[in-house]
Design a protein around this ligand. Structure first.
Ligand code: 13P
Length: 252
């Protein structure tokens, strides 16, 4: 049995006061972390005020980290610093990082190693462009991204990794992959992990779906066999919607 994991990716939204207000509104309503892992991934400067207000049932994550632990890397954020703030999770290789800020499978792999080295729990994102899907290249793209991201990563290290399948054409577009499309790609990813790491790792690794997830579609998505949670952008900014969606995962 894999425990579901719902993570809100706030991207570059909310001010400090808005973030605090959100925490105030959701904190009493978070289901037990025995049933679901609930996470908010926020901009780095608001991390401290969120961590002060997190509880066992709602944990905080970062949206990026540097692949080095310290040094002359102006503007970067180290895994070491995140750990010292008690940050639990970090998103790695989000498509916005890959497409806007030039991250590659190689940097994703280096960042993943930095996260593991600093005992952060990585949420590694993969997903195809619309054109790639239309040209039947989805599985090829996912294979390249996953093999690249997990180069030199051991089966033991895989235990602490969450994968997020986020088709780029479904992000922020309101165009959700159908539950069947999402399941098909998540099942493919699990099969690939089985080929790379064997049945035990494939059975235990958690795979989220991300891309226009909202209260209206989460129940159908989360019910799918190979989907263990969601990485949610826009809808996670709203406290009531976030509460609904973490509770939807409990029912899985
Ligand atoms: P939306 O839920 O806004 O489509 O964003 C998905 C996403 O990119 C989460 O990381």
């Amino acid at each position: 049995m894999r425990k579901p994991i719902i993570a809100g990716n706030w991207k570059m939204f909310k001010t400090r006061d808005e973030a605090i207000e959100f925490m105030y509104q959701v904190s009493e309503s978070m289901p037990s972390n025995q049933l679901v892992d609930s996470v908010i991934c926020a901009q780095a400067p608001m991390m401290r005020c969120l961590i002060k207000r997190q509880g066992q049932n709602l944990r905080i994550g970062a949206q990026n980290l540097c692949y080095e632990d310290q040094g002359a890397y102006t503007g970067e954020i180290s895994g070491q610093l995140l750990k010292s703030y008690n940050v639990d999770y970090v998103i790695i290789g989000h498509s916005e990082r890959r497409n806007i800020f030039g991250e590659t499978d190689e940097t994703v792999n280096k960042k993943l190693k930095a996260a593991l080295r600093n005992e952060l729990l990585p949420i590694v994102c993969v997903g195809e462009h619309l054109e790639e899907r239309e040209n039947n290249l989805t599985n090829k793209v996912l294979t390249k991204q996953i093999k690249g991201a997990f180069a030199d990563i051991s089966a033991i290290e895989m235990e602490n990794i969450v994968l997020a399948y986020e088709p780029i054409w479904a992000i922020g577009t309101g165009k959700t992959a159908t539950a069947e499309q999402a399941e098909e790609s998540c099942a493919f990813i699990r099969k690939l992990i089985k080929e790379m790491y064997g049945l035990v790792v494939a059975d235990q690794i958690r795979i989220q779906y991300g891309g226009s997830v909202k209260p209206a579609n989460i129940d159908e998505i989360i019910a799918k066999e190979n989907i263990d949670g969601a990485l949610i952008g826009g809808a996670s900014l709203d406290p009531e919607k976030f509460i609904y969606m973490v509770n939807a995962a409990v029912k899985k």
